[in-house]
Design a protein around this ligand. Structure first.
Ligand SMILES: Nc1nc2c(ncn2[C@@H]2O[C@H](COP(=O)(O)OP(=O)(O)OP(=O)(O)O)[C@@H](O)[C@H]2O)c(=O)[nH]1
Ligand SMILES: [Zn+2]
Length: 185
């Protein structure tokens, strides 16, 4: 649970640390705005992926399903700067499927908190395995990290790509190739 009072205090200190006057007109409401912002950006911590993903329904079709180009925004836990990009999720059902929006909702649950990209990728895949129980799942994330573009090494346009495969995807090159082929279309 986000403690907005603590965030407000922290942001006031941060502004002072930056040599600013937190009481000047433009900044007077900033601690409160930032507290509300972090509450929104960390909303995923309050949410249960099982609530979304347990609404699975029976399906005869056990072929691969791919939901691609799911835009996400997350916050890097090292610098508290955004990283954002696209998530692509494929799974092979085992008698049941979920509404396609639930895949994007699962991305939101795990992106809306302090993260690193590798953990975000694995958490999405593991939640789908746990709640939908498909034969396999594959998740790829491509993202730009503002801590690498706006500061530090300053490499705008660089993309970090992470990939997690579970179940039948794990050691089946043909299935993995189908995933990459569909992504390229
Ligand atoms: N593996 C991984 N690293 C990340 C992610 N987001 C940020 N980082 C990296 O976290 C590292 C933190 O490195 P530190 O040396 O502790 O911090 P720093 O001195 O600010 O590092 P620089 O960014 O190189 O200036 C940096 O290399 C970041 O690029 C992520 O999602 N996954
Ligand atoms: Zn970072």
């Amino acid at each position: 649970m986000v403690d907005k009072d603590k965030i407000r205090e922290g942001i006031t200190l941060l502004l002072e640390g930056m040599g600013e006057d937190p009481l000047r007109e433009g900044l007077i409401d900033t601690p409160d705005r930032v507290a509300r912002m972090y509450e929104e950006l960390c909303q995923g911590m309050e949410e249960d992926p099982g609530e979304q993903l347990s609404k699975a329904f029976h399906a005869e079709n056990n072929e691969m399903i791919l939901e691609k180009d799911i835009t996400f925004y997350s916050i890097c836990e090292h610098h508290l700067m955004p990283f954002y990009g696209k998530a692509h999720i494929a799974y092979i059902p085992d008698g049941k499927v979920v509404g396609i929006s639930k895949l994007a909702r699962t991305v939101e649950v795990y992106a809306r908190r302090l993260q690193i990209q590798e953990k975000l990728t694995a958490e999405i895949a593991d939640a789908i395995m746990e709640y939908v129980k498909p034969k396999g799942v594959m998740v790829q994330l491509s993202a730009e990290h503002m801590c690498m573009t706006m500061r530090g090494v300053k490499k705008p346009g660089s993309q970090t790509v992470t990939l997690v495969s579970r179940g039948v995807f794990k050691d089946n090159k043909e299935l993995q190739d189908t995933f990459f082929h569909l992504l390229a279309q």
